[in-house]
Design a binder for this molecule. Sequence first.
Ligand SMILES: N[C@@H](CCC[C@H](N)C(=O)O)C(=O)O
Length: 320
Amino acid sequence: MIQFIKCHGSDNDFLLIDEKTNHYQFTEEERSQLSIVLCDRNNGVGSDGILFVMNSEVAEARMRMFNSDGTEAEMCGNGLRCVARHIIEQEGRAKVQIETEKAVLAVEQVEPIYEGIDTFSVTIEPVSFEVQSLPMKFEKDEALDVVIPELSDDLTFTALSVPNPHIVTIVDKVNQRELEATGKKANNLSEVFPKGVNVSFVQILATNKIFVQTYERGVGLTNACGTAMSASTLVSTILGSNEVETPIVVINKGGLVNCVVEKAERRYSIQLRGNATNVYTATIDVSLENNEWNWIDSTTHQNEIDIYQKLKDFAASQIY
Ligand SMILES: N[C@@H](CCC[C@H](N)C(=O)O)C(=O)O
């Protein structure tokens, strides 16, 4: 039996499995296989990934995130907010730390970004513009607003890791089909991106207001990607559309978040603030030998769903 919370950040949805509290002991192979079987939108529960919450020796908890194709990501911004909420509620404190693959990150409950929405802020770092940090094979140490000839003749991209790998381009209007085609191409281009890459198209809506959509490595098109919205905010700020130390409104297909770019000496970090909504809590029976699973029970958190819908409707009205 496995208990999980179906949750989302900006409608980027996850199954949160608390290995720590439930004393689950999965092997690496089992975590990957659970992600493939349970995230499947046709035959599984359906989600963009699984958040495994584990014991940590250096923080209140450790988060590991697996994409729906069974690969593990270095970081997940929307998922980290969901884990932040879970641990903040468990610990009864508004500020805790979560260990991720590359860093121990501060997370806290903050002022609502929208009426009635419990809001969590997570620090997105370390940030690097060195192409080897993605990794990306390129003729220079950094790829800042440049054409990547293997990918597109006209779009210009900026590459960065936050710390998972991203490329970001600014467009007049986001064309979802072009984004999907570019994302697929980039993730079949191992001579440039040996570990794949998350690809984002950014539309500048106004000063300090952007729309972002992302083709995620290991998943495909998603409603939102937290690390991508953070990376896109930073890139559009550096390229002149936003201000630093100021909340930037980031509209996405699943809602909206606020991102604040912080710069200390030559190092950037981004505060990502948004919802962490629990949709339902469930228990299932899983047999990984034959990739089968069955519902045992589930409880829907209808109140949270209804409150979130208001934010989502508002965000949809902001896309033009
Ligand atoms: N949706 C996540 C990122 C998940 C990992 C990504 N697909 C990758 O492989 O790097 C987010 O909210 O950041």
